[in-house]
Design a protein around this ligand. Structure first.
Ligand code: UPG
Length: 384
C-alpha cells in the first residue's frame, strides 16, 4: 500500500538534489506532497506533475551558509523554530518525512512527531571542504539521534558521514538514477543544427555543466584551454546559491587570458540533453570530492566521452581509460593533456563513449533508484 510522504527541501532552485527528487516524485508509488523553504523554478515543475507544494518562508534560517560559525547559527535559532512550528503543523498528516537537504533535515528532526519515521537523503560530502566543523557536528548529531534512515548518494558520501562520527548502521547507499530517454530522443540532424546555431561547426568543444561555484572548478577548465588554441569551452550553468562573484571571476579570467572568443557562457539551461549531445567532450572539473556527480552520468548517457576528477563519487562512476578519463582535482595541465588526447584520437572518444553509455545505463538506472527509495520508504512506514 502506498504511504503519504512529505518531501522537505530547503530550496526552490534547480540543483542536482532537486532534479533527482523531481525524478523520484514523478516515479514514486507513494503519495507525495512537498515543503520548500524558498521559492523558485523547482516549485513550478513540481506543481506541473501535479504535486501539492507548501511554501514556508525560511526567514533568517535561509541565511545560514555552509561555512556558518556559532554566531550565525545562534542568531538563526528563532527562525528555525518558526519553520519547525509551520512544518510540524503540515507534517501531522503524513506517514513518513523525507528530508532532501541538510537544513531540511534539521528542521524536520525538530518538527516530526515522536514516532514518525524520518529519512535523510544525504547528497553532500560532510567534509571540511564543504561544511564548517560546527554544521557537520550539528548534522551528524541530529542524524545519529533523529534519522531512522540515511540514504547517501554514493559510498564516498556515506564514508564522509562515518568519518564525521555518523552511524554507519543507519545509512545505506542509493545512487542517483537518470533516464536515457531525453538523450536518445535527439537526432544527429538536431545535433548539427544546435552546433550551427551556437557557432560550433568544425570546432572541438568541451562542455562543463553545473552550477558555477569555486569547488566545481570551472576556472580549471579555462586554465586548461588557455594554452590549446584549437579548444573551445561551453560553460553551462549559473551561480545558484549566492556565488555571483565566482561567475563574474570566470568572465574576467576569460578576458584576461585572451580566450573570451573560445569560451561560450550559456547560463542556466533546461535543454541539457541537447547541449550534452552537441559538445565533443563532457568535462567534470570539481576541485573537491564530488558527492556523486549527475553530470558525469548524463555525459555518458549522451554518448560523449567524459573526463572527471579523481575523487569522491566520481570514482564510483568512472573507471579510468575504460568508460572515461580521470585527472587529479585542480590539475589544469593534466586536464589539458586529457582534452588533447580526446581531440586527437577519435577511436578513443568512441570507445570511452560506448563503454560509458553501457555502464551508465547498467549502473545508474532511474528504475533502480526509484525502486530502492520506494522500498526504503515502505520499510520505514511498516516499522511505525
Ligand atoms: N543542470 C541544469 N542546467 C544547467 C546546468 C546543470 O539543469 O544549466 C543540471 C545538470 O544536468 C545536473 C544537475 O544540474 O542534472 C547538477 O547536478 P550535479 O552535477 O549532480 O551537481 P549538484 O547540483 O552539486 O548536486 C548535488 C551534489 C552532487 C549529486 C547531486 C544529486 O553536489 O554530487 O550528484 O546533488 O544527489
Amino acid at each position: 500500500m502506498g504511504l503519504k510522504v512529505l518531501f522537505v527541501d530547503q530550496t526552490g532552485q534547480l540543483g542536482g538534489g532537486e532534479l533527482s527528487l523531481l525524478d523520484l516524485i514523478r516515479g514514486t508509488g507513494h503519495t507525495a506532497e512537498v515543503v520548500l523553504f524558498t521559492d523558485g523554478p523547482f516549485r513550478k515543475l513540481l506543481e506541473e506533475i501535479p504535486v501539492r507544494v507548501h511554501l514556508l518562508s525560511a526567514g533568517g534560517a535561509g541565511e545560514v551558509r555552509r561555512e556558518a560559525a556559532m554566531g550565525a547559527l545562534l542568531s538563526a535559532i528563532p527562525s528555525f523554530l518558526q519553520l519547525r512550528n509551520k512544518l510540524a503543523h503540515i507534517a501531522r498528516d503524513f506517514d513518513v518525512i523525507y528530508a532532501n537537504s541538510q537544513k531540511a533535515f534539521i528542521v524536520s528532526a525538530l518538527a516530526k512527531q515522536s514516532r514518525q519515521p524520518l529519512l535523510w537523503h544525504l547528497r553532500d560530502m560532510l567534509s571540511a571542504e564543504h561544511f564548517s566543523k560546527l554544521l557537520r557536528k550539528v548534522a551528524v548529531f541530529t542524524g545519529n539521534h533523529a534519522a531512522d534512515l540515511i540514504v547517501a548518494n554514493s559510498e564516498a558520501t556515506l564514508e564522509s558521514l562515518v568519518a564525521s562520527g555518523g552511524r554507519r548502521d543507519k545509512a545505506t547507499v542509493i545512487y542517483n538514477g537518470i533516464s536515457p530517454a531525453p538523450f536518445d530522443s535527439i537526432s544527429d540532424e538536431q545535433v548539427l543544427e544546435i552546433r550551427k546555431k551556437l557557432g560550433w561547426e568544425g570546432r572541438f568543444v568541451a562542455g562543463a555543466f553545473g552550477r558555477l561555484s569555486p569547488w566545481k572548478g570551472q576556472h580549471i577548465l579555462l586554465d586548461a584551454i588557455t594554452s590549446i588554441p584549437t579548444l573551445h569551452v561551453a560553460i553551462v550553468g549559473d551561480a545558484l546559491f549566492g556565488e555571483k562573484d565566482y561567475a563574474e571571476s570566470l568572465r574576467i579570467q576569460a578576458q584576461q587570458h585572451g580566450i573570451e572568443d573560445r569560451v561560450h557562457f550559456l547560463g542556466f539551461r533546461r535543454d541539457i540533453p541537447e547541449l550534452m549531445r552537441a559538445v565533443d567532450v563532457v568535462a567534470h572539473t570539481a576541485t573537491a570530492p564530488e558527492p556523486f556527480g549527475r553530470v558525469i552520468v548524463e555525459g555518458m548517457l549522451a554518448k560523449r566521452p567524459v573526463i572527471a576528477t579523481r575523487a569522491g563519487g566520481a570514482l564510483e562512476i568512472v573507471r579510468d581509460k575504460e568508460n572515461g578519463l580521470l585527472v587529479s582535482p585542480g590539475d589544469s595541465a593534466a586536464l589539458a593533456t586529457a582534452l588533447m588526447q580526446l581531440q586527437n584520437h577519435s577511436e578513443l572518444r568512441v570507445r570511452l563513449a560506448t563503454n560509458g553509455r553501457l555502464s551508465a545505463e547498467r549502473e545508474f538506472s532511474i528504475q533502480g533508484m526509484i525502486h530502492g527509495i520506494d522500498q526504503a520508504i515502505h520499510q520505514l512506514g511498516a516499522s511505525q
